[in-house]
Design a binder for this molecule. Structure first.
Ligand SMILES: [Mn+2]
Length: 284
């Protein structure tokens, strides 16, 4: 497992060994179905992170007060999803062994599958919060079950259908929709029950996966698969108090396609989201 050196996310320049929180780029987009290029997202977001402040007035905390490490991007075997899945599993196991809290930056949503596999192995009663525009419940996509369109199903098959909580979901294939209903998966196209679910799961370890297409493409247009509708930045900020009640053991932020972000706004937006997630999660 090798990380190659890249620019670092703003103020994330501490060494891995004594870091309070770690960022790790996972630059894989091999199963992207519409607009590829999320492999370039970690670096594009890092680059734009220098346009935002390190201080958050929402949380009254500053990145400068913590030891944060940005590992760079994992060296992945492009074009070989099986090998990537294995490698990401190994990477997650390494992070868990070293007791590091990590925000993984993708890359595409398939990457959540190997991450969840390892986190569920370590945390037996793991709950998963899944932000997305898409259901991601396809049995297979273009003939492969290793697909970003199957990420939620792969997750549910590992942690159990009762332990997956999906928000912002507004794009389904009919069979997916019927299957999710039949299996009683919790999903909604907004955040109406977010705080209620937080209360329900706050005593459990929680993994949070954030597909950036949960946001309205009006504010986040540079995506692999944009979908009209969705949440706004203020909705995200309003969730932070709820998120801070959770025992978040791992997180990912995925699916930005910088080639469709010519003005850089999507990556600036993502950088701010990541700053808030760091400050919300790093040991208080
Ligand atoms: Mn999606």
């Amino acid at each position: 497992m090798n990380f190659y050196r890249t620019e670092k996310f703003i103020r994330c320049d501490a060494p891995f060994k004594n870091a309070d929180l770690v960022l790790a780029g996972l630059p894989y987009d091999g199963t992207s179905s519409l607009r590829p290029g999320s492999r370039f997202a970690p670096n594009a977001i890092r680059k734009q992170s220098y346009s935002i402040e390190t201080f958050s007035h929402e949380q009254e905390r500053d990145l400068s007060d913590y030891k944060l490490c940005d590992l760079g991007d994992l060296e992945v075997p492009y074009g070989n999803s099986e090998a990537v899945v294995k490698l990401v599993e190994k990477t997650a196991a390494h992070m868990l062994k070293n007791k590091k809290k990590v925000i993984y930056i993708g890359g595409e949503h398939l990457l959540t599958y190997p991450l969840i596999k390892q986190y569920a192995k370590k945390y037996k009663d793991l709950k998963v919060i899944y932000f997305d525009a898409h259901a991601d419940f396809r049995e297979a996509f273009y003939g492969s079950h290793l697909s970003h369109a199957s990420a939620a199903k792969l997750t549910a098959d590992i942690v159990g259908y009762d332990n997956l909580f999906m928000f912002g979901i507004r794009s389904f294939e009919r069979n997916e929709y019927n299957y999710m209903k039949k299996k009683k998966v919790f999903f909604e196209d907004n955040l109406e029950h977010f705080n209620e679910k937080v209360e329900m799961i706050k005593d459990h370890p929680v993994y949070m996966t954030l597909d950036m297409d949960v946001f309205d493409p009006a504010c986040v247009p540079g995506l692999g698969t944009p979908e009209a509708g969705g949440i706004f930045y203020d909705d995200f900020v309003n969730m932070l108090p709820g998120l801070s009640k959770l025992n978040l053991v791992g997180m990912d932020v995925l699916e930005i396609a910088p080639d469709y972000d010519p003005h850089g706004n999507t990556c600036i937006f993502a950088a701010k989201v990541i700053r808030e997630l760091i400050l919300n999660t790093v040991e208080k």
